[in-house]
Design a protein around this ligand. Sequence first.
Ligand SMILES: NC(=O)c1ccc[n+]([C@@H]2O[C@H](COP(=O)([O-])OP(=O)(O)OC[C@H]3O[C@@H](n4cnc5c(N)ncnc54)[C@H](O)[C@@H]3O)[C@@H](O)[C@H]2O)c1
Length: 267
Amino acid sequence: MANNLLEGKRGVIFGALDEKSIAWKIAERCAEQGAKLTLTNAPVALRFGELDKLAEKLNATIIPADATSEEDLENLFVKSQEILGGKLDFVLHSIGMSLNVRKKRDYTDLNYDYMLKTFDISAISFHKMMQSLWKLDAMAEGGSILALTYIAAQRVFPDYNEMAESKSLLESFARSFGYHWAVKNKVRVNTVSQSPTMTTAGSGVKGFDVFFDYADKMSPLGNASAESCADYCVCLFSDFTRMVTMQNLYNDGGFSNMGMNPALLDL
Ligand SMILES: NC(=O)c1ccc[n+]([C@@H]2O[C@H](COP(=O)([O-])OP(=O)(O)OC[C@H]3O[C@@H](n4cnc5c(N)ncnc54)[C@H](O)[C@@H]3O)[C@@H](O)[C@H]2O)c1
């Protein structure tokens, strides 16, 4: 499927840790479609992840950045423009981490220092990223900014814990900052709400395997894979979606509009 939808475009991809990462598949697909990329992740993730392999394959430069550090973000976007040769056409935020989930704290017994750190990593980093791009005037006219999210922002999925509020905040930043970007230079800002996907972050959620099967049966098209998410993101980075902004868009096989699916009933 090489249609060169992103030919000549420059992009920055956050959050590819290993081959299972959704951002990994998105980076591969963007490169296949003709984009030039820089790749970034937190310095600690670069030590135990496999981003080197992806960078080699795509002939892309890695620029380490902790997404909660304004200084790191500024350095990332300044260097990316230098390396790629101009302003950026697209940026992907694919970052999520909950300290309370990691420390196995129940929703009714949360540690608030952990919670603030979770919000900083998983949601406020999106605002920091956009504010850094804004101050550097680093986005090209009509560019596209995306973040990955989950339907727990709208509905209750008890084991998703404080990540539910993180995703609500993330989606709100997309709407609010999306307004300013649209007025400034027609840059679009959207979130893609993805099906459960077998990745390092996904598998951290309690009972994920069973839930993955439940969502797969509930969705008329089945769970959307990371590869299908990559296809959708390419489309949203391309010039074919220039009037789509401030939206939360579902890539979920129909899950979000289902009430009951007979496939789940054992009558
Ligand atoms: N896997 C799922 O079921 C699923 C479903 C819907 C949405 N999502 C979202 O997709 C995105 C990507 O997650 P994934 O499932 O590919 O898992 P993943 O574990 O492969 O990716 C999460 C990434 O966040 C990065 N990260 C963590 N802290 C960081 C920091 N301080 N600075 C920079 N990067 C940092 C990690 O290094 C990792 O690369 C997340 O936003 C996640 O919430 C995942």
